[in-house]
Design a protein around this ligand. Structure first.
Ligand code: AP5
Length: 200
């Protein structure tokens, strides 16, 4: 299996790149944000619960996320691999993911950390807001999501750097160029079992 995590600030291109990587390497794309939005669309009890957090730009509590992601990940364990998009997002989620994978005798191979300037993030999300229909794509909620990212998620960089799994990717280039850089790093990892230490 090839198991990857992709994380970065709102609008950095996690979803876009995950879909492309999943297609190229035959991986399953597991997006925590999409799982939650599906619940909201269904109007389920869980959907109503999580909407309270999403519409405010806050993180959904770890317990809810962990249950939802595990439930979906279990069904994907016999696949070619999983790309976790937007999960983990807190240190607790990262520790719990490590435990979950260890229990299943599965390795997390690489963690892709996307780097994009704040101004560009804002341009992308306000651009997307016109047709995304997402309640959290507003200027005010974007600011909250950025603060939440810096306070609760950015610390994953250190956690995964310590594990020598982090690949830092500048996401400022056009979509295809970013995908090509990530693919190059994945191919290098598969060949040499080594993650690039410089920003690509
Ligand atoms: P989530 O859905 O994960 O949202 P996010 O992290 O804010 O990220 P986005 O989906 O907005 O952006 P992205 O980085 O995927 O970029 P995209 O490819 O779409 O989470 C939403 C909410 O759910 C959270 O706020 C939280 O409440 C909750 N949640 C989810 N996971 C959770 C967890 N683990 N724990 C707790 N709560 C959780 O691209 C954005 C735009 O830019 C698009 O229009 C795209 O076309 C464009 N674009 C992409 N790449 C490029 C490029 N290279 N050049 C130009 N444009 C580009």
């Amino acid at each position: 299996m090839l198991n990857l995590v992709i994380f970065g600030p709102p609008g950095c291109g996690k979803g876009t790149q995950s879909a492309r990587i999943a297609k190229k390497y035959g991986l399953m794309h597991l997006s925590s944000g999409d799982l939650l939005r599906t619940e909201i669309e269904k109007g389920s009890k869980l959907g109503m619960q999580v909407n309270h957090y999403i519409e405010r730009g806050l993180l959904v509590p770890d317990g809810i996320i962990l249950r939802k992601v595990y439930k979906n990940a279990i069904g994907l364990i016999n696949s070619a691999g999983i790309i976790f998009d937007g999960f983990p997002r807190t240190l607790i989620q990262a520790v719990m993911l490590d435990r979950f994978l260890k229990k299943k005798s599965i390795k997390l191979n690489m963690v892709i950390h996307m780097l994009v300037d704040r101004g560009e993030l804002f341009r992308r999300l306000t651009g997307r807001a016109e047709d995304s229909g997402r309640v959290d794509d507003t200027e005010q909620i974007f600011r909250v999501r950025m603060r939440v990212y810096e306070k609760q998620t950015h610390c994953l960089k250190e956690y995964y750097s310590d594990q020598k799994k982090i690949l830092q990717v500048s996401g400022m280039a056009p979509v295809e160029d970013v995908s090509a850089k990530i693919a190059h790093a994945i191919d290098h990892y598969r060949e040499k079992n080594e993650v690039f230490s410089n920003v690509i």
